[in-house]
Design a protein. Structure first.
Length: 360
């Protein structure tokens, strides 16, 4: 006689194992930056997410139902910069500078450091989210800021406890001020100049509310020498993970050829439909972001009625090929982290599919 589980038992199991992100500590709502004199100062972080939550709670209190009051794009505070860069970092003192130098060169040339004019300016910011590092990551970043005069441009947020890459990215995204927000890995594996491709790509899919996502993709490298030279185990695990993605994710997400590239861009209007609902804090968080984009409510007409655009509801995702290189010092354990990602993917599918998590 086989052993099986009914739906209620699976639901109960998911309640036990589904991740529940902790609220941020007070210190995590502040940032450190350098001053023109070379000292450092601590300042409060601007947080569109807190304002979004407050507005939502007021709306629910007034109507008594969250379901009848979808929080729309207009609720999020307007951008004050053009581009926000979020960099999650855990013990990255050996790899961080190369990435920052490349990012700085592109951002200075493309956006400049000072927002000009009314509304959205041309400026940018770099939010370095120090995910509980125990090395000199923060000191290295501060020295870089002093050297390049990045006073209040490079903002360092320190998480008191390590949360994982997904937790660090989500925390940073809650505090961005840009019209666009991109996150990039601290190792510099992606060529930062390819950000221009992501911006172009997201403009091609943006909807009437200004919502859109663009993701960097290494899929075109699958047959390249760099990938072929990987171990047979690593390539086998990669193909197995892609098979699981096709089986366990909804249609639009399953068609993304590279969900795990650490180079993703969001329009500001897309953020309140994705970031407030994030649960995954480990390596699988990218997939949850894409699933949330796909399941976002449709565009509303002037009377508040949802309309699909193109093939239906959801925020469209543009996948753009980017240059990429292997960088030594990765903290990824191929075997164990692959198993963890498979488990995380199953929990994501069950959590959202069975209603453990909902858009409320």
């Amino acid at each position: 006689m086989g052993i099986g589980f009914d739906t209620s038992e699976i639901y109960a199991l998911l309640l036990l194992v589904a991740p529940v992100p902790r609220p941020p500590y007070p210190s995590e709502k502040t940032y450190i930056t350098t001053t023109p004199s070379g000292t450092t100062e601590t300042k409060p972080l601007t947080c569109w997410y807190d304002s979004w939550v407050a507005h939502r709670e007021a709306s629910v209190s007034k109507s008594g139902s969250a379901a009848q009051n979808h929080i729309r794009t207009g609720v999020i505070e307007p951008a004050t910069l053009e581009m926000s860069l979020v960099v999650p970092a855990y013990n990255e003192e050996a790899r961080l500078i190369g990435m920052l130098e490349e990012a700085l060169s592109f951002l200075d040339a493309t956006y400049g450091r000072v927002a000009r004019g009314k509304g959205t300016g041309t400026g940018y910011e770099i939010l370095l989210v120090n995910d509980g590092s125990r090395d000199g990551t923060v000191e290295i970043a501060l020295d870089f800021s002093r050297k390049h005069g990045l006073h209040d441009v490079l903002r360092i947020v320190t998480l008191e406890e390590n949360r994982g890459k997904g937790g660090a990215v989500t925390h940073g995204m809650r505090h961005v001020r840009g019209e666009y927000a991109v996150f990039a890995d601290a190792d510099g594996a992606s060529r930062f100049a390819d950000l221009g491709k992501l911006v172009k790509g997201v403009k091609e899919v943006v909807d009437e509310e200004g919502r859109g996502v663009a993701v960097g993709s290494r899929a075109w490298l699958v047959g390249s020498e760099a990938v072929v030279k990987r171990s047979a185990l690593r390539n086998a695990l990669m193909h197995s993970f892609h098979l699981l993605l096709r089986l366990l994710t909804p249609p639009a997400t399953s068609r993304i050829r590279d969900t795990q590239c650490g180079f993703k861009l969001f329009t500001r209007a897309a953020l309140p439909h994705i970031i407030p609902y994030m649960h995954a804090e480990g390596w699988i968080f990218d997939v949850e972001m894409l699933m949330l984009a796909e399941s976002a409510p449709g565009v509303e007409d002037g009377e508040g009625v949802e309309m699909g655009k193109g093939n239906g509801k959801g925020i469209k995702v543009s996948e753009q090929p980017i240059a990429w290189q292997e960088v030594g010092g990765s903290k990824l354990n191929v075997m164990w982290d692959s198993l963890g990602m498979a488990w995380g993917l199953a929990v994501l599918r069950g959590g959202w599919g069975m209603g453990v998590w909902r858009r409320r």
